[in-house]
Design a protein around this ligand. Structure first.
Ligand code: NAP
Length: 279
């Protein structure tokens, strides 16, 4: 359904994140910093919206001409039918994490894939094999990214095997039973579970220490705390590590570019985020 609204008529362009519940998020910090840095008349807010009000929310985006939205749990898939255009990346992942306007149409995109791919490309790292732990939205973005990078051998492991069926079917990846994940020999190991996250999962790791060594590159998608148990274990075992904040950072850079055409300055924004997490 084409929209009659666009963001251009507003003196201050509204942006924000929609989710439910909305816990602590780093997104307002990044985007509001970017608006100030470039002197762009924009603001980024947090909008907790219950699932039953999602259609109303998208109507508000259209009526108010809201310029950009980050979409998070539990709306990433549910929002798709309400949009005018779904990008190929979003379709591949089956989820949208960004709304922006293009030629008067409300577009749903997924910048998590770009956020996942960029740290690997920056390191010139092209793994022959990868094991993704978890099968939720973050895992789907990771597998889509690994497919974009043409990684030949991609496997997925999940605590609940039947929940991995969709991912296995959609991307043609091999399933590894959760209790056999530690047998993975070497290559990229991606944590796409909440194990290690601040709160009740802090201090937990998705991979036994004995399974980590110099032949592993450990990429944790959990970004709070900055160095998770998985990252600590992997570094201690001599593995290369990629912290989850890198993915968060690059997906935010891509969102900001979609909304403003500007590139967030890397060093300053990285420092801002790291300081926020490490205190
Ligand atoms: P999700 O859709 O809820 O999926 C969670 C996955 O983790 C499921 O596969 C679930 O397995 C598994 N899991 C949950 N608790 C577990 C446990 N105790 N032991 C083993 N497996 C467990 O979540 P998501 O959106 O994919 O997010 C996953 C993580 O990625 C979160 O920590 C999130 O913060 C992070 N993330 C980071 C970025 C970034 O920019 N760095 C972006 C997106 C997400 P079952 O099917 O068995 O329940």
């Amino acid at each position: 359904m084409p929209s009659s609204s666009s963001s251009s008529s507003l003196p201050i362009r509204l942006h924000g994140i929609v989710g439910h519940p909305l816990g602590h998020t780093l997104s307002p910090l990044v985007h509001n910093w970017g608006f100030r840095h470039y002197g762009i008349p924009g603001v980024y807010l947090a909008w907790p919206v219950e699932p039953g009000r999602l259609a109303d929310f998208v109507t508000a985006v259209r009526v108010l001409g809201i310029a950009g939205v980050s979409v998070t749990i539990p709306h990433k898939t549910a929002i798709m039918p309400f949009l005018d255009v779904i990008t190929d990346r979003s379709r591949a992942v089956g989820a949208v994490n960004t709304l922006f306007w293009r030629d008067g149409q409300l577009v749903g995109d997924n910048t998590d894939v770009a956020g996942f791919v960029r740290p690997l490309v920056e390191r010139g790292f092209s793994p022959a094999s990868a094991l993704v732990l978890g099968c939720g939205g973050a895992a789907r973005a990771a597998v889509a990214g690994l497919r974009e990078l043409a990684v030949p051998d991609v496997r997925v492991s999940n605590r609940t095997p039947e929940r991995a069926e969709g991912l296995r079917r959609d991307f043609g990846v091999e399933f590894v039973p959760w209790e056999r994940r530690w047998e993975f020999g070497g290559g990229l190991v991606v944590n796409a579970t909440p194990l290690g996250m601040l709160g009740q999962n802090e201090g937990l790791s998705p991979m036994p220490r004995e399974a980590l060594g110099p032949s592993v590159v450990a990429f944790d998608l959990v970004y709070n705390p900055y160095r998770t148990q998985f990252v600590r274990d992997a570094a201690a075992a001599g593995a290369q590590v990629i912290v989850g904040l890198e993915m968060f950072f690059w997906q935010a850079v891509e969102q900001f570019r979609l909304w403003t055409g500007r590139t967030l300055p890397r060093d300053e924004v990285w420092e801002l985020l790291r300081t926020e997490l490490e205190g």
